[in-house]
Design a protein around this ligand. Structure first.
Ligand SMILES: C[S@@+](CC[C@H](N)C(=O)[O-])C[C@H]1O[C@@H](n2cnc3c(N)ncnc32)[C@H](O)[C@@H]1O
Length: 279
């Protein structure tokens, strides 16, 4: 019975990735009959095979075994036909395009991509996009949006708490996510993003900021209640050694959840420059 469940998951993930049984078998250096046996539930992947299989299918071992993992409040919000954040790309995407126009498929990482609207928009513009979020429902919707728009986006589920980029990116983008990181983890996280940015690459980030005169939003998720807004200007300090293109703080109205309220947000678009000058 369990075999069958995992088999169905393998088959579904493989098809979502657009792989044939043969191609998946090739990646794993096994026969396609082995893949076929897993998928029809007559055999089960070896325990040593599971992490490789999960990686080849851009998923987790837990997901392969049918544990859907943590269901977040965002999963619940995203569990609808409509797109919770709409489909209009974040204005930061246009600013990114002015600095690094897609004259070649620059590699983009979208951290906490939600339902994938920005990732898919950037892919449509010609960028090579990788995007992750903790909410499986968001990732699934992102994949459907990419398919609908006939573009490829490498979507996967991951948690910023244990995520470290495996490669260098030209553009690292994140909107409305980094307040989930507690203050003591932000320095190392940002350092890792900076290290994994290619020379002349950019980081385009925005973070919610604490202002004593703005009350907490009325529709905070339980995860957000545990998170912490950043200090005003904190984000900018981490990038003191990069070139700033955009560095601004905005207070704006919002009526998410149906109750009008305000947010304060710091936005930074900074570019990594070679350190060619020694004093
Ligand atoms: C305000 S939404 C922003 C979504 C998207 N960036 C956008 O602008 O449409 C915050 C996103 O952060 C994701 N998130 C929350 N905690 C996370 C974590 N620990 N790791 C990865 N993503 C997380 C949520 O699932 C949600 O999609």
């Amino acid at each position: 019975m369990e075999h069958l469940k995992t088999g169905k998951i393998i088959s579904k993930k493989r098809k979502e990735m657009g792989l044939t049984q043969n191609q998946l078998a090739g990646t794993l250096n096994i026969s396609f009959q082995a893949v076929s046996r897993w998928e029809n539930g007559t055999a089960y992947p070896d325990i040593e095979m599971l992490p490789r299989l999960a990686s080849a299918l851009s998923t987790t071992v837990d997901a392969l075994l049918g544990y859907s993992g943590v269901v977040t409040d965002y999963d619940r919000r995203y569990d609808a036909q409509s797109y919770y954040w709409g489909l209009t790309p974040n204005s930061i995407c246009y600013e990114i395009m002015k600095i690094l126009p897609p004259i070649r498929p620059y590699c983009v990482l979208d951290i906490g991509c939600g339902e994938g609207k920005d990732a898919v928009f950037l892919a449509r513009c010609g960028y090579a996009v990788t995007a992750f979020d903790i909410a499986e429902q968001g990732i699934e919707k992102g994949r459907r949006l990419a398919e609908h728009n006939h573009v490829e986006v490498n979507f996967f589920r991951a948690d910023i708490f244990d995520y470290c980029p495996e490669t260098q990116y030209d553009i690292i983008f994140s909107s409305g996510v980094l307040h989930f990181l507690p203050p003591e983890r932000r320095g190392t996280f940002v350092e890792s993003l900076k290290e994994h940015t290619a020379q002349a690459g950019i980081n385009a980030l925005n973070v919610f900021v604490h202002k004593p005169f703005i009350p907490p939003a009325p529709d905070l998720t339980k995860e957000e209640e545990k998170g912490a807004p950043w200090y005003s200007g904190e984000l900018f300090g981490y990038y003191h050694d990069w070139r700033f293109h955009t560095c601004k703080e905005d207070i704006f109205d919002c009526d998410s959840g149906g109750i009008p309220h305000e947010h304060c947000m710091d936005t930074l678009i900074a570019q990594k420059e070679e350190n060619g000058y020694e004093s």
